[in-house]
Design a protein around this ligand. Structure first.
Ligand SMILES: [Zn+2]
Ligand SMILES: [Zn+2]
Length: 137
């Protein structure tokens, strides 16, 4: 499987029997459905997120990506009221992609771990539409 952001290869990383995929270059993390919520509950699981926060924030700006599992367009998501966490989630297979350091941040902030707090990034569709029209002119 290749990274949906930088297209480098992703390697499997095991934490207590839960397998996630991590990009060898940008160190982004791919979680299949339920793996993220499973891992976020486990002690010290932030060890899987060994990437550089600066690199992660650069790749965070790339949010028009396609699912490495099923090829569907992924939707940028934020935690409601807490815009620091922006990740991409597949609307078909429900896998999610976290840039380097975002999973660590999620672990450090228990208030954004509750299920159901994630919403589609406000203004994203509008932003995409305006960049398309700019490209057309
Ligand atoms: Zn990558
Ligand atoms: Zn998918």
């Amino acid at each position: 499987m290749n990274c949906p952001k930088c297209f480098s290869s992703m390697v499997k990383v095991l934490f207590e029997g839960v397998e996630v995929d991590r990009c060898v270059d940008c160190h982004g993390l791919w979680f299949d459905v339920s793996e993220r919520e499973d891992l976020v509950k486990r002690r010290a699981s932030e060890a899987i997120d060994n990437g550089d926060a600066q690199l992660g924030s650069e790749f965070n700006r790339v949010n028009f990506i396609f699912c490495p599992r099923c090829g569907s367009q992924m939707m940028p998501m934020v935690a409601r009221g807490r815009p620091r966490i922006e990740f991409e989630q597949c609307t078909i297979c429900a896998g999610s992609f976290f840039d380097a350091s975002e999973f660590r941040f999620l672990k450090q902030h228990p208030s954004i771990r509750l299920p159901g707090v994630y919403i589609k990034m406000p203004g994203w569709i509008h932003h995409r539409a305006s960049s398309l029209s700019r490209a057309a002119t």
